[in-house]
Design a protein around this ligand. Structure first.
Ligand code: NAD
Length: 286
């Protein structure tokens, strides 16, 4: 069994990003990411802090807007419009989930697709599905980079994706399909998930339920990508896969933590850098 070590891959990509941001800075471009956090949900605060720290390490400027829980949609949208219009901002990220009183779809649609480094705007989601150049959501992008790094070609493989959210399962299905895999996407209403996972060469799970995937659910030698993040009562962080038993049967498996999580953050920075480079080439036209 080989560990799909996202932490060390992310660290080596980070070194490359530092070189690239340095080059851009010498040409007068400081790659800049705006991060909007609404409220004080501990998990969201932790994710935002990780993103801010990663920006700091990489020489990416981060404009963090930490807003009160009660902020209304009518107040939030003009803030996004202001960031859209600001030529110094390359990427805009709104940390999800948002409170129930805010319509997430309207907020995501308010972001300029050219600055939508999270890839959640329908413009980018549609282009990703169509296989056209787009900002691809960081988690599925990170999964694809990790598989590629370990020489795993998904073309012709049977892939079971468990979890069908707009930020994980659906875009991952688009990327895998466009790369030539045959996809089954399972979700909360899927009857008997193991009929899909047991025939899969690659199982990707991003649900948020510890222990969902046990060894009996995968075939011998399967490649297992655990996207889930769950905090157990004893404080431990685990994925959705029963690592202990599944790792004995899998050929490749991601650890949690240290697998998809670091790849997600580094992919966000890669997207921000792509946007900053576009700003540079736009500036050179004039
Ligand atoms: P979500 O709640 O938006 O979607 C969950 C999906 O799982 C839905 O499609 C739902 O139908 C499905 N589901 C729920 N219970 C199920 C069950 N028992 N069997 C099968 N399917 C089930 O969540 P999300 O935002 O997509 O996040 C999913 C998980 O991935 C969470 O644990 C989250 O913390 C984690 N996550 C990790 C990263 C990372 O960087 N590693 C990034 C994003 C999300």
């Amino acid at each position: 069994m080989t560990l799909l070590d996202g932490r060390s891959l992310a660290q080596s990509i980070e070194k490359e990003i530092i070189i690239q941001t340095d080059l851009l800075q010498k040409e007068g471009i400081i790659p800049t990411l705006a991060v909007i956090l609404v409220g004080t949900d501990p998990a969201s605060c932790a994710y935002v802090n990780m993103k801010i720290k990663a920006c700091e390490r990489c020489g990416v400027a981060c404009v963090a807007k930490k807003l009160k829980e009660e902020i209304t949609q009518i107040e939030l949208i003009p803030m996004i419009e202001e960031l859209n219009a600001d030529p110094e901002i390359d990427g805009i990220l709104v940390q999800l989930p948002l409170s129930a009183h805010i319509d997430t779809k309207s907020i995501l649609e308010a972001i300029d697709p050219q600055k939508d480094v999270d890839g959640f705007h329908p413009f980018n989601a549609g282009r990703t599905l169509a296989g056209i150049e787009a900002f691809v959501p960081a988690t599925p992008l990170g999964v694809m980079s990790l598989l590629e790094h370990y020489g795993i070609d998904v073309a012709g493989k049977n892939v079971a994706i468990i979890g069908a959210s707009n930020i994980v399962g659906k875009p991952l299905a688009s990327l895998m399909l466009n790369a030539g895999a045959t996809i089954s996407v399972c979700h909360i209403l899927t009857k008997d998930i193991k009929t899909f996972t047991q025939h899969a060469d690659i199982v990707c799970v991003g649900v948020g339920k510890a222990g969902l995937i046990g060894a009996e659910m995968i075939q011998e030698g399967a490649i297992v990508v655990d996207i889930g993040i769950n905090r157990l009562q004893d404080g431990r962080l685990v994925g959705d896969v029963d690592f202990e038993s599944v790792s004995k049967k899998a050929s490749f498996i991601t650890p949690v933590p240290g697998g998809v999580g670091p790849m997600t953050i580094i992919s966000l920075l890669q997207n921000t850098l792509i946007s900053a480079r576009k700003r540079k080439s736009k500036n050179q036209k004039y």
